[in-house]
Design a protein around this ligand. Structure first.
Ligand code: UDP
Length: 417
């Protein structure tokens, strides 16, 4: 069975047939995706699935990862934090390093990028590559995965000038759209239901993962899976756990790992350990980047999944949990709002107190928990599977190829696949 046929079983034969039809005008076109890490974080997770699928559809697609220095990644993490609203002062020295690394990578990738019909540049790290391709023939698209609903203006002013050179940009929700001199597309990310992260697992495997980490069977378990990043608010999750635990017995699992383009992980992990204060019912796990089955098992083992982010571009961890029929208590922000429909697929919260209230409620109301979980899974099936995401990418490429102007909203929210 080829890669595409495998999706017929999950998404439906006609959905896959539709993808084949849409890809016809794009046969043989060259597409290059560029980002800054091969593993860790949502962008790498997405590209690992999108790239093979595009190739299976007859589109010649590759994935390039730029190389950078420690100070380059400190600068780009500063960009990330400031696009998500923090006041971050970026020095001229840091900007010079950002531009130098992009220049170096542009030289290395010269041939590949010059020959491409479409170049997708993910996030700010490789955005300045575009400066080195003044005579490019292909279409260049900036794909922003960050919650930039309220960027810190001085930093955005600098990045906006670079991004303005692209032919189009993509954001995950309408709230992130900026004033830019080119068409902006709204495309939500997706999960791959057949991947190790999301496939069904035998119950013995789930049990053995619980045992490996000393997770108890006799009390409920709540879980947050995230890089150790302050925007994910792991310390707020610990506070919520403590408040809820005054009323109901409970254990908390925080599962995370690093991404090579995120230099702040160790510092945040220390803060989390300090906040946990050796509580034996808080399990802080640092997992390798390929621990997909382990994360899958933890998500399936959890009674409730939290994603208490303060800012969130989309939150694949939310989608992953919902696909496993878990109600999610998510921060009322960014891409989480697309997924957690309050009181329907989960609850949206703003504070640890709010999260604690919802944890207690859901743990007491087993039937409600089950109903919400079922709706959550259906919602993902209808809106956030890889097949829908690909359909939108293909439509976008066709639209850009035909130079359609203005804003095009390709999201088919609430429409059945
Ligand atoms: N993830 C992982 N290991 C970890 C932490 C996260 O594999 O230790 C995965 C997680 O399952 C999800 C992605 O990384 O697929 C994180 O994507 P999300 O959009 O939630 O957040 P980002 O890290 O991109 O801000």
């Amino acid at each position: 069975m080829d890669l595409l046929e495998r999706y017929e079983g999950v998404a439906g034969k006609e959905v896959v047939e539709h993808l084949r039809q849409l890809s016809m005008p794009l046969q043989g076109k060259r597409v290059v995706h560029v980002n800054s890490t091969r593993e860790g974080g949502g962008v790498a997770e997405l590209l690992a699935k999108i790239v093979p699928m595009m190739n299976a559809l007859g589109i010649d697609t590759s994935w390039e990862v730029i190389r950078g220095s420690q100070s380059f990644f400190e600068c780009t993490k500063g960009f990330h934090n400031s696009l998500q609203g923090n006041r971050v002062i970026i020095s001229q020295k840091a900007i010079d390093e950002y531009e130098r690394i992009n220049r170096e990578n542009a030289n290395e990738l010269k041939k590949t990028l010059e020959e491409a019909d479409f170049v997708f540049i993910h996030d700010p790290q490789p955005a300045a590559l575009i400066k080195h391709f003044p005579n490019r023939k292909g279409k260049w698209i900036w794909r922003c995965h960050i919650d930039c609903s309220r960027p810190y203006r001085p930093v955005w002013k600098y990045l906006k000038e670079i991004v303005s050179g692209f032919d189009a940009s993509i954001f995950s929700t309408a709230q992130f759209v900026q004033s830019l001199p080119h068409p902006q597309y709204i495309i939500a990310p997706s999960i791959d239901p057949l991947s190790e992260k999301n496939m069904e697992l035998p119950s013995e495997e789930i049990e053995s993962v619980k045992k490996r980490f000393g997770i108890r069977d006799d009390i409920p378990m709540i879980l947050q899976v995230s890089r150790y990043d302050r925007f994910k608010d792991p310390v707020g999750v610990i506070e919520a756990y403590r408040l809820a635990r005054r009323i109901v017995p409970l254990q908390l699992v925080l599962a995370g790992g690093g991404a090579t383009d995120d230099p702040e992980g160790d510092t945040v992990l220390k803060e989390v350990r300090q906040a946990a204060n050796d509580d034996p019912d808080i399990h802080i796990l640092v997992l390798p980047p390929d621990a997909h089955r382990t994360i899958n098992a933890l998500q399936r083992a959890a009674d409730i999944v939290l994603q208490k982010s303060i800012k969130e571009g989309f939150g694949l961890t939310v989608t992953e949990a919902m696909w496993k029929s878990k109600p999610v208590i998510g921060g009322d922000t960014g891409g989480i709002r697309l997924q957690v429909i309050d009181h329907y697929t989960g609850f949206r919260v703003r504070t640890p107190e709010g999260a604690a209230l919802r944890i207690r409620y859901l743990l007491h109301a087993e039937e409600k928990r089950r109903e919400m979980g079922e709706r959550a899974k259906r919602f993902v099936r209808e809106n956030f599977l890889l097949t829908r995401h690909l359909r939108e990418y293909l439509s976008l490429m066709i639209a850009i190829f035909h130079e359609l102007k203005d804003r095009v909203d390709l999201s088919l929210m609430n429409c059945s696949n």
